[in-house]
Design a protein around this ligand. Structure first.
Ligand code: BDR
Ligand code: CA
Length: 313
């Protein structure tokens, strides 16, 4: 199985991504979860990570607490989407396992330094703060990384926080810049793609029939439509952003895109966090990211997700 570390800010769609990974032990070996401040403050994202591991029957997977705020800017949370707790509508018991004492950034450094070359794949489901910090602190860790797969960015779809920027990039544009300049093998799953995968009423119905606690939890999270931002309401059902990262690892052919140059805006207050994608190759900037903007098989994505949620407790 492919070794992965999930860096996350759960977050209702983060929760689905984590459960999808836990339901796929044949393909994915989840080494650890690292929490980052994002959708809700760090104490919540870290606690939610442990709650979700318990729900998925894997309390043995260690959880590390990473950065409490972005590299340069103040924290931007998204309670209007994810609720005050981050897991809107879902009440999970206080987890029994404690968080690890080691800081999440130092865990990344240790794990990647000890890894064989290209052994670990990093799944980023929130702002890129932890990985950027680790790359600044210990650039030699790139050796241990197979690739980075990140839910991030927006091109023709426009942003979901500002007209120009997607949340995970907007929350920490400087971290995004570090990552985009790292030379690492990088796949981005932007809003252009994730907006095509929505939890419609029909899919919620299918989910409720599965019968596992994990499937019920996802149905609960996605039934709480209260705080959906306007952009999400233009079509039926909330988008499943973060699970795309895990689905890509499980079935890369579900998605398609282009290997292009992506630069992030960090200077302009109007467009901070905007991903400037050289889709048509109008510059001579070298390609640095695989930008996935097409879903080749929508039903295939949901079949995969539901099949894996059925395998969990
Ligand atoms: C991203 O922002 C967060 O609110 C979601 O969890 C997802 O990672 C979508 O823009
Ligand atoms: Ca997230």
């Amino acid at each position: 199985a492919r070794k992965i570390i999930i860096d996350t800010d759960p977050g209702k769609d983060d929760a689905v991504a984590i459960l999808l990974a836990l339901g796929s032990p044949g393909e994915l070996d989840v080494l650890s979860l690292v929490a980052v401040a994002g959708n809700v403050p760090l104490a919540r994202t870290e606690g939610n990570a442990r709650r979700l591991l318990e729900l998925g029957g894997r309390p043995d997977i260690p959880v590390y607490s990473g950065c409490a705020r972005p590299l340069v800017r103040p924290v931007v949370t998204a309670e209007h989407v994810h609720g005050e707790t981050g897991l809107v509508g879902l009440v999970l018991p206080e987890p029994r396992a404690a968080a690890q004492a080691l800081h999440g950034v130092d865990h990344l450094i240790e794990a990647l330094r000890d890894a064989a070359p290209g052994e670990v794949t990093l799944c980023l489901l929130g702002p890129a703060t932890n990985l950027a910090m680790a790359l600044v602190k210990a650039p030699e860790i790139v050796r241990g990384i197979a690739e980075v797969v990140w839910m991030a960015g927006a091109r023709s779809e426009g942003g979901n926080v500002t007209p120009a920027s997607e949340y995970n990039v907007h929350a920490d544009p400087e971290a995004a810049a570090v990552l985009l300049e790292s030379g690492l093998k990088l796949t981005l799953l932007p809003l252009d793609l994730t907006h095509q995968l929505r939890m419609t009423a029909g899919r919620l119905e299918r989910l409720r029939r599965i019968g596992t606690a994990a499937a019920r939890a996802v149905a609960t999270l996605f039934s709480a439509a209260d705080g959906m931002p306007a952009f999400e309401r233009e079509e039926e059902g909330a988008p499943l952003h973060d699970p795309c990262v895990i689905a890509f690892l499980l079935r890369p052919t579900l998605f398609a895109g282009r290997f292009v140059n992506v630069v992030v805006e960090t200077a302009s207050p109007l467009t901070a966090g905007m991903t400037v994608v050289d889709w048509f190759g109008t510059t001579d900037r070298p390609a640095n990211a695989n930008w996935l903007n097409e879903v080749a098989d929508r039903e295939g994505f949901f079949d995969l997700l539901f099949e894996r949620l059925a395998r969990l407790p």
